[in-house]
Write a protein that binds this ligand. Structure first.
Ligand code: FAD
Length: 399
């Protein structure tokens, strides 16, 4: 979708392009291009985070008083579109997009002044300790115990699916501080260091072959009470607030870049002399996905304008999460179809001679297949699509 930009927005876009030309070095573009998962791995993300921080552009949605750039919603969209189109590394969201907004709303003055600058500078790398074996969709059933011992809580239990825990030096974590009353009432939100004695990480390798997620174990891990965010037992309210920011993501710009890559691959001539884009069934699916993407942009616009006004995204974030991840899955499915048209996996000779294989660079294969496999998890993590629909029916439709 082409947007009509005002003269001011065009000059902002030119400024972003100049910055990307200078700072998005070939190694960073390569790392971004080859990212099959949700996040690019360090060290590329560390370097890119630093470049954005130095420019004052690392936290586009943060209020100015906390170090945000004070951009309009359109400027934020331009920035993410340009970054996606030029294959900028995909930065982790745990600090900037999740923990930061929570600390701004619920953190003590000491927590804000200590953690927020470190989130901005990239000095701290955060991970999210919510899910446990048996407590995913039913998160309020979580069992990880935190027992008070003087000025500390002592943590015992396990967290699972913890994305990038093997890179993180800090975790925001939900723990059980009481067994009585409603399960939600006994949950507390704490911040901890992954270097704490008794904390350990075990990798989980996904079907795409990536090491992205982990299981974390806590064996008498001591966390200072000063690291508790909000009151004891207030964790459920804080956890839900954070999830709105996790789900209220900007999907459209990245998806447009992915769909353009699919179109480029599908426009290459096949052995029958016609590109796949001329195949009626494929062309229809492509157009349907583009229409869904435009619908997604409208939902995104609603959520992003709430963020621009300093509000939290609210239950619309569930709509955005469900649609964003579903369109993302469709897009990567089309990528696989586009590739498959040029590959005859059981006829290696035909593959090399009779097709236009050389035009489909390995890059297409490297990115489309891992992205396709990785995106299968997108309708599960951050709360499954079924759970998002339950929230929408309750909080948006009032059912
Ligand atoms: C790649 C990946 C990364 C992740 N990263 C993190 C992370 O960094 N930190 C973290 O804490 N967690 C993380 N998670 C965990 C994620 O949040 C959970 O997997 C998710 O909430 C689903 O929980 P579950 O896996 O226990 O599935 P279950 O809750 O057992 O669900 C199984 C199925 O039942 C359905 N279902 C469950 N309850 C209902 C209901 N009430 N109504 C209708 N359908 C229902 C679900 O939709 C799903 O299809 C990650 C998961 C994945 C796959």
């Amino acid at each position: 979708m082409q947007l009509a930009l005002s003269a001011e927005d065009q000059s902002f876009r030119d400024e972003v392009r100049r910055f990307l030309d200078e700072k998005l070095t070939p190694d960073l573009r390569e790392a971004g291009k080859k990212t099959g998962g949700v996040l690019t791995d360090p060290p590329a993300t560390t370097k890119w985070h630093k470049a954005l921080h130095e420019k004052g552009w690392i936290a586009p949605a943060w209020p100015k008083e906390y170090g945000g750039p004070g951009w309009t919603e359109m400027q934020r969209y331009i920035f993410s579109s340009e970054c996606a189109a030029q294959h900028a590394p995909l930065l982790p969201a745990f600090g900037i997009r999740m923990c930061g907004p929570v600390l701004m709303k619920f953190g003590s003055p000491e927590q804000k002044s200590f953690y927020l600058p470190r989130i901005l500078s990239g000095e701290d790398y955060w991970c999210q300790g919510y899910s446990e074996p048996g407590s995913g969709s039913d998160l309020a059933s979580l069992q990880m115990k935190a027992v008070r011992d003087g000025d500390h809580y002592v943590l015992n239990g396990t967290k699972i699916w913890t994305t990038h825990a093997h890179f993180a030096n800090r975790m925001f974590c939900l723990v059980r501080t009481a067994q009585t009353g409603k399960p939600q009432e006994g949950i507390t939100f704490v911040l901890l260091e992954t270097s704490s004695p008794g904390f350990s990480v075990r990798p989980i390798i996904t079907m795409a072959g990536d090491h992205e997620v982990n299981q974390c174990f806590f064996d008498n891990v001591r966390v200072p009470v000063a690291n508790r965010v909000g009151e004891e037992g207030q964790g459920w309210t804080i956890a839900k607030y954070l999830l709105e920011f996790e789900r209220g993501n900007a999907y459209a710009a990245g998806l447009q870049a992915k769909l353009s890559a699919v179109k480029r691959a599908a426009a290459i001539e096949q052995s029958n002399g016609r590109p796949l884009t001329e195949d009626e069934a494929f062309a229809r699916k492509l157009v349907e996905t583009e229409i869904e993407l435009q619908g997604l942009m409208m939902t995104e616009h609603r959520v992003m304008s709430q963020l621009s006004q300093g509000q939290n995204p609210g239950p619309s974030s569930s709509l955005l999460k469900a649609r964003g991840t579903e369109v993302s899955q469709r897009t990567t499915e089309l990528g696989i179809e586009a590739l498959a048209a040029y590959i005859a996996p059981f006829e290696p000779e035909a593959r090399m001679q009779g097709t236009n294989m050389k035009s489909v660079t390995p890059e297409h294969g490297v990115v489309f297949m891992p992205q396709y496999l990785n995106t299968r998890a997108a309708t599960i993590y951050g709360g499954s699509s079924e759970v998002q629909r339950n929230i929408m029916s309750k909080l948006i439709l009032g059912m």
